[in-house]
Design a protein around this ligand. Structure first.
Ligand SMILES: Cc1ncc(COP(=O)(O)O)c(C=O)c1O
Length: 455
């Protein structure tokens, strides 16, 4: 009897049983565990007939929108052609074409591409290549950054939430505060660091856009002390911030850049490390080392075709210009509507990578429930925002992974005016309800208690 019941349960919900039941619980608690039937552009159609607007883009994956019809067609044609999808024993024309276009668009010193399948793999690559190129072991990184969850990438992340219980991580990695040039100069002067790895705009720490002169000064210091400048553009690349790379806003010429996420339009895992010829030549420096660094699926033709078509779409639909214009309008409207509320801190961003920063309330009426929230869990306030936006207003969004008080606003770059207006109306209502009604707080507290009692 019990055996049959268990077998039935596995058939009904195999994910819950075989993959990650905690993830299922997490979404259940937030009442966000819904089925999606069809996703197109910025719209997600649920199996029960709702339309949800995507304002997180899978953390900057869906720059061209979900299931762009041109990309879907291109991939179907690639499959129908039955070409050498992944021989690992031939020279891939598609990889050559994609590398050429990426290097041309990135410009500066970036003249070679290494392909992989994830952002973390790209970060592992830059650690290895920087060490090989400089003969130094040390890797310096900016505090608060997010670089992925493999051991090398974790070694470049300061938030203990991600690293706890996974050590020991890589030795010889050290950090400096993002934006602090004096601290950077002191560390680099030791001449022990192969690379300084950072996001040009820190996404998960709260969408932190540095002052215009920060990255040029970072570059100057790196060059002075023989350290490679490596930019992680996994979230910021592919026109998310308006320009092809976020580093283009700041006029710097990094030695290596990591791209992933939006690179293949959200349909095939893919990443690329763009690097200078000098870096390439010290790693692949002889025939014997022709495959000294590779990855099984790296140049597979579906990923390469996806990359080429994604670049075509970004260009033809002028999505960079669109991101810049839409982002500008969005930020102005958010400031207009929200800045008078007590719990709103800063509204900031660049292109369509934006953030609404909330701050702890000062007034008695809001202070008590907020304290109760943070005592239950520091992320509870942010998650309640997400839940409200999702369930009451049909908006999918997220708080930042390294700053729970910051709500990310990052829709696909194809988002239209009506969808932006819908978001503006929704977030205004939610922020208003936080400040004017008990419902937000009482509902959230009861959810929080329910979670606590089931831990
Ligand atoms: C800035 C940044 N770098 C690297 C990564 C790691 O990418 P992946 O999850 O594809 O390994 C992420 C993932 O979110 C990221 O945001």
């Amino acid at each position: 009897m019990l055996q049959n019941a268990l077998a039935d349960y596995r058939v009904v919900n195999p994910y819950d049983h075989y993959v990650n039941p905690q993830w299922v619980r997490f979404l259940d608690v937030l009442q966000m565990n819904v089925g999606y039937a069809r996703c197109r552009g910025a719209e997600l159609h649920t199996t029960d007939g709702r339309v949800i607007l995507d304002f997180i883009s899978g953390y900057c994956v869906h720059n061209i929108g979900h299931n762009h019809p041109r990309l879907v067609d291109a991939l179907k044609q690639e499959l129908d052609a039955c070409g050498p999808a992944m021989l690992q024993s031939h020279v891939s024309d598609l990889a050559g074409q994609l590398a050429e276009r990426l290097c041309q668009q990135a410009g500066g010193r970036l003249a070679k591409a290494f392909f992989a399948s994830s952002g973390s793999e790209g970060v592992e690559t830059v650690i290895k290549f920087a060490r090989a190129h400089t003969g130094r072991a040390g890797i310096l990184y900016a505090e608060g950054g997010f670089h992925g969850l493999t051991c090398g990438a974790l070694s470049l992340m300061s938030n203990p939430f991600w690293t706890e219980r996974f050590g020991p991580l890589l030795p010889a990695t050290e950090s400096v505060p993002f934006g602090d040039l004096d601290a950077l100069a002191k560390k680099l002067a030791k001449k022990s660091f192969a690379a300084f790895v950072l996001e040009p705009v820190q996404a998960e720490s709260g969408v932190l856009v540095p002052p215009n002169d920060y990255l040029p000064k970072v570059q100057e210091l790196c060059r002075r002390y023989g350290t490679l400048l490596v930019l992680d553009e996994v979230q910021t690349g592919l026109h998310r911030t308006g320009r092809f790379l976020a580093s283009h806003h700041f006029g710097v010429e990094p030695d290596m850049v990591v791209l992933a996420k939006a690179l293949s339009g959200g349909l095939v895992p893919s990443s690329a490390v763009l690097m200078s010829d000098a870096v390439y030549h010290t790693v692949f420096n002889s025939l014997r080392r022709a495959i000294i660094h590779t990855s099984t699926y790296s140049e597979n033709s579906l990923a390469m075709r996806a990359g080429l078509t994604t670049l075509d779409i970004l260009e033809d639909e002028k999505l960079g210009q669109r991101a810049a214009a839409m982002g500008e309008r969005l930020r102005h409207a958010l400031v207009d509507r929200l800045s008078g509320y007590e719990m709103i801190g800063e509204i900031r961003g660049i292109g369509l990578l934006n953030a609404i920063e909330f701050r702890a309330p000062r007034s008695g009426m809001l202070k008590l429930p907020f304290l109760a929230f943070t005592r239950i869990h520091p992320a509870l306030f942010g998650q309640m925002l997400i839940m409200n936006l999702f369930n009451k207003h049909g908006i999918l969004s997220q708080i930042c992974g390294n700053n729970f008080m910051v709500l990310k606003v990052a829709p696909p770059l194809v988002v239209d005016d009506a969808q932006i207006d819908h978001y503006l109306a929704a977030i205004t209502k939610v922020v208003d309800s936080i400040h004017t009604s008990n419902a937000f707080w009482t509902e959230a507290l009861s959810i929080g208690r329910r979670v606590l009692s089931s831990i």
